[in-house]
Design a protein around this ligand. Structure first.
Ligand code: NAP
Length: 494
């Protein structure tokens, strides 16, 4: 199979059922060699407004039943499945992740769509026993869930397909219309998803109104401001950096906002575990997608008395990773998405070493390794104030911090403004339970790394890692609102 990226993928935006261009276009490049992959329109403010207007009209006009929404999303899953290899190659072309990881992301997206389809049938309400309060024995009340209306779905570069599905699937399942806005450096897979939706809509036996799903590409701030200001947008679902998340939260007024933001996730490796297996998992969790994962292993916390043994095992696992061309089937670590991400990691690495950390392995970047490629790099003697420990690092660094005892490990795990996920390797149930209770994060994973996510589980961080939960069922709750319907005593005396 070719080791080259895709070329000539010049795509359009979907606005109100029409595929449209724009006066300006954005070129998308392959991170490993900087060759152009394709281009997308750079939407004007009026085009983003038109997309929201179309979505508002469509949701008003939509008569889709739960079963029809299930059919639409199932048909979309089949479309993605039938184009899986094309989408995976586009994903590697624009984002630079290894092709094997891209295939996994496409497979996850198919499952996320299928789970969204199923969830369309489960928008249950509940019966409220009114006779629990004195004087209401003859009243009957129940709740029903209704769509919120227009949902804006804004996604980052690192999982450009599955993160868009995480929003679009549940939003449509709940009966809403959506306006998707993928990241400008990786917009192509998001557009392919909307192509699949469009083909699915034409295929199913249901009246899917034009404008029920729209995708716009272009500057985040232009799009974001239109979305914030447009009255028809009821809900904003954002995944990305904490800085942009805070901007949206501070300017969203009465709109519902879900924020899936950054992380600086700890994984504790205690010495009562299988150190070799834990080390392999830690390295996989730190270096997958070249470390550009929100819940990747950002800090490894180990007991001082076993530090040398654990560091050796981590180094062995890191050195075993194949680094290089993302289209090579054997590659496990490839390029970072762009110069800005790459330069940030170089700076964090250099500063951390200047401050006294020891490079146990790796430490090379760029040059012969390939453009924007950073070698898996294990750092020891890391202290909490060094940038590799204190900042979110979107690169394949594995900083190891040693602590005197387990309480200090918990304290160190919580020594961050973030709280996305955490991992702990231990065979001691008391330590596991203590970590689960005491670590202030949206998820604590025992016997695996912080970077664990199944697409149906509730997922979302505490502190500066975000607000609200994703995961299909939880996103459907977020994208729908609860209405109380009451039947009260009438005027007849029965
Ligand atoms: P980013 O710079 O915040 O961009 C994310 C999205 O927001 C992009 O589509 C971007 O558009 C858009 N955007 C930029 N400015 C905006 C504004 N003023 N209003 C509205 N939208 C705006 O993040 P990134 O660098 O792509 O992604 C990396 C970050 O995402 C990391 O911090 C990572 O931890 C986080 N992340 C979190 C999760 C999670 O589930 N918690 C998952 C994945 C990633 P442009 O591309 O056009 O600028």
């Amino acid at each position: 199979m070719s080791q080259q990226s895709a070329t000539g993928l010049d795509k359009s935006m979907l606005v109100g059922g029409e595929w449209v261009g724009a006066d300006d276009r954005i070129t998308v490049i392959h991170p490993y060699d900087s060759e152009p992959v394709g281009s997308v329109p750079s939407a004007s403010e009026s085009q983003v407004e038109a997309a929201v207007d179309a979505a508002a009209e469509a949701v008003e006009a939509s008569t889709l039943s739960a079963y029809e929404r299930y059919e639409l999303l199932s048909a979309t899953a089949r479309q993605v499945e039938s184009r899986a290899e094309e989408i995976a190659r586009t994903l590697t072309s624009e984002q630079g992740k290894p092709i094997t990881e891209a295939r996994t992301e496409v497979d996850r997206a198919v499952q996320t769509l299928d789970m969204s389809a199923e969830e369309a049938k489960r928008m249950f309400g509940e019966y409220v026993p009114m006779d629990a309060q004195r004087g209401f024995a003859r009243d009957h009340c129940f709740t029903q869930r209704e769509p919120v209306g227009v949902v804006a779905a804004i996604t980052p570069f690192n999982f450009p397909l599955n993160l868009m599905v995480h929003k679009v699937g549940p939003a449509l399942a709940a009966g809403n219309a959506v306006v998707g806005k993928p990241a400008s450096n990786t917009p192509l897979c998001g557009i392919l998803l909307f192509e699949c939706l469009d083909d699915a809509a034409a295929e199913v036996d249901a009246d899917v109104p034009d404008g029920l799903f729209n995708v716009v590409t272009g500057s985040g701030s232009t799009t974001g401001d239109v979305i914030l200001e447009h009255d028809a947008v009821e809900s904003i679902s954002f995944t990305g950096s904490t800085a942009v998340g805070k901007y949206l939260a501070n300017n969203s007024g009465m709109k519902e906002v879900t924020l899936e933001l950054g992380g600086n996730d700890p994984t504790i490796v205690w010495d009562d575990t299988d150190i070799e297996q834990a080390a392999e998992a830690v390295v996989g969790g730190a270096c997958g997608n070249a470390g550009q994962v929100c819940n990747s292993v950002e800090r490894v916390i180990v007991p001082e008395h076993a530090e040398a043994e654990i560091v050796d095992a981590i180094v062995e696992a890191a050195e075993a990773l194949a680094v290089g061309n993302p289209f090579d089937e054997a590659t496990q670590v490839a390029s970072m998405v762009d110069d800005s991400q790459f330069d940030d990691v170089v700076e964090i690495f250099e500063k951390t070493v200047e401050m006294g950390a020891t490079v146990e392995c790796g430490g090379n970047y760029g040059g012969e390794l390939g453009e924007r490629v950073f070698e898996p790099t294990v750092l020891s003697d890391v202290t909490p104030e060094m940038p590799a420990a204190s900042e979110e690092t979107f690169g394949p660094l594995v900083p190891v911090i040693s602590v005197p005892d387990f309480e200090a490990a918990i304290e160190e795990a919580n020594n961050t403004r973030y709280g996305l996920e955490a991992g702990i390797f231990t065979q001691d149930i008391d330590r596991a339970k203590r970590a689960a209770d005491a670590i202030d994060a949206g998820g604590v994973n025992v016997n695996t790394v912080s970077g664990f996510r199944a697409d149906h589980m509730p997922y979302g961080g505490f502190k500066e890692s975000g607000v609200g939960k994703e995961g299909i069922k939880y996103a459907v709750e977020h994208f729908s609102r609860q209405k109380l319907v009451g039947f009260h005593q009438g005027f007849t005396d029965v």
